[in-house]
Design a protein around this ligand. Sequence first.
Ligand code: XMP
Length: 508
Amino acid sequence: AVIVIDYGSQYTKLILRRIRENHIYSEIVPVNTLYEKIVEINPSAIILSGGPRSVYDKDALTIDKRIFEAGIPVLGICYGMQLMAHLLGGRVEPSDTREYGRADAEFKTDSPLFKGVKSPSVVWMSHGDKVMEVPEGFEIIASTEDTKIAAMGNDKKKLYAVQFHPEVSHTESGKIILKNFLFEIAKIKPDWQMGSFIDEKVREIKEIVGNKKVILGLSGGVDSSVAAALIHKAIGDNLYCIFVDHGLLRKNEGEIVYKTFKERFGFNLKMVDASKMFLERLKGVIDPEEKRKIIGKTFVEVFEKEASLFKDAEFLAQGTLYPDVIESSAHGGTSVTIKTHHNVGGLPEKMNLKLLEPLRDLFKDEVREIGRILGLPEEIVSRHPFPGPGLAVRIIGEITEDKIRILQEADHIFIEELRKVGLYNDISQAFAVLTPVKTVGVMGDYRTYEYVLALRAVKTEDFMTADWYEMPYNLLKKVSSRIINKVKGINRVVYDVTSKPPATVEWE
Ligand code: XMP
């Protein structure tokens, strides 16, 4: 394994992912792991992550110096570089100002770390302190205008360090640099697959859970579905799944979940239709945040009640992914907080259950891959994300049963056409929005006065920013005419050509 020592950088998990992409197993070990313990793990390489502190801080995080003499290849990144320099007798200059953003770096391409790297090329910087003198035995192998020692290496001891962040995609040659470290320098064989991740997780879940019971809220989305499949593989019938239908789901959503998990895989699955209660409470509500609050609160209420019927459950499982977990580097520790709006209704905190989050270290595409290996249907695995409050935030203004039906039908047609022409997987998220605007139309000999439906499709890496999708005209034409002909209540279709920012992905 490659171990990553975490000094609290927001990018630590990204390093992990970059290593795993190369089919090499990797794990994070805490900073205070003893030297003896590290040697016992016998890692094929060590990476020291970045971090917010200075090596001169009173409570600076450090490492046992002997690690550099153990014959294990080490790559220090950012703070990791400063630490390496500091401990091995180089000189680090403290600084109050930060260098942040892109910089052009010149590389010494005869260093094994930079074999095949374009020089000069762009690197991503985010640091205050910097190394001013390399330790004995090291040479400078990259420089930028502001940072003379942007990388250093000691070929004999296989110790390398970079001031920039090779793990972020802004660093043009980042992937090559990490590959060079893993394959050229540490000579690791790429023999790790997602399949082994599954085996390891299954073992881990068995160990943690034992004979106890686990409850999981299954939504039909990718994350909870894959979490369920993984946990089920580990503990079988000791997993209780609860599916809460709040009445604002996509067309056939409950059916797909039932068919897949109950009929096909034989899960312990309870379907709860709570739509009446939700719709009752949403009556007359038009404010988006109010809708969210009502749905969140009601969801927790329903879920807690259902969960409490499983008296012997001790764990609550969630499909939390790494992007849902924001590393708070501000405090310098490795503490994490959860973006609550991404977990339907937030954590039922009062439930007194232990949390089980087997996908916590993974990114969406990795989760999809695991889902496929576990045999989940493509329909679920490749699904676009769907907000917790569901169609409630896609029906602008007041929600009625009629409007829900109209939106479900229209949305279904849009998605079906996207799948038919093979564009669905090229789009990050696509859906229909029902506006409260009515306009005049003419159908046959009749004048109509019906709703305007908007189509939305975006492409994005992380949903923080998003571009509107350049949809082929003939597809828009087809979708529009199918919707107007088939869905009673809509006589006009428009396409949303706004990116985020300034708009958000959802309309509410
Ligand atoms: P926005 O509209 O904020 O959406 O640009 C970004 C992503 O978040 C999803 N989203 C939500 N997910 N509960 C959720 O679980 C919510 O209240 C919520 N609001 C937005 C949205 O679908 C998109 O993927």
